[in-house]
Design a protein around this ligand. Structure first.
Ligand SMILES: [Cu+2]
Length: 121
C-alpha cells in the first residue's frame, strides 16, 4: 500500500514537472517579438519587376520587410553599400532595421532598372 502511494506521488510529481516544462517553453515564443517598439511594420513588395512603394518614409529605428512576390529572383541592394539582401527567391523575405536617419536609395542587382528609396527620419 505504501509502495502504491509512493508510485502515485512519483507520477504526480512527474506530471507537474512535465506541465511546467511545457508552459515555460511555449512562453518563449511570444516574448521573442521585439517588433512592437521599433515603429511598426513597414513592407515593400517586389512584383512585376518593381518595388512597391518606390519611396517609403519610416521612423528612425523602424524595420522594413521586403517580400519577393514575383516569379523571378530579386535583390535589395543599397546604392551605397549600406545593406544587401543577396538573392531573394520568389516568396523570400528580407528584413532590415534602420537606426540612422537619412535617405537610402537601393536597387536590384539582377534588374538594375528596379530602383526605390527608404527615407528614415
Ligand atoms: Cu530584380
Amino acid at each position: 500500500m505504501k509502495k502504491l502511494m509512493l508510485l502515485a506521488l512519483a507520477v504526480l510529481v512527474g506530471a507537474v514537472v512535465l506541465t511546467a516544462g511545457c508552459t515555460s517553453s511555449s512562453n518563449t515564443n511570444p516574448s521573442s517579438s521585439p517588433q512592437a517598439n521599433t515603429g511598426g511594420q513597414n513592407t515593400v513588395t517586389m512584383k512585376g519587376l518593381a518595388f512597391n512603394p518606390t519611396a517609403l518614409t519610416i521612423a528612425k529605428g523602424a524595420t522594413v520587410t521586403w517580400t519577393n512576390d514575383d516569379s523571378t529572383t530579386h535583390t535589395v541592394t543599397s546604392d551605397t553599400g549600406a545593406f544587401d539582401s543577396g538573392n531573394l527567391s520568389p516568396g523570400a523575405t528580407y528584413t532590415r532595421q534602420f537606426n540612422d536617419t537619412g535617405t537610402f536609395p537601393y536597387h536590384c542587382t539582377i534588374h538594375p532598372f528596379m530602383k526605390a528609396t527608404i527615407t528614415v527620419q
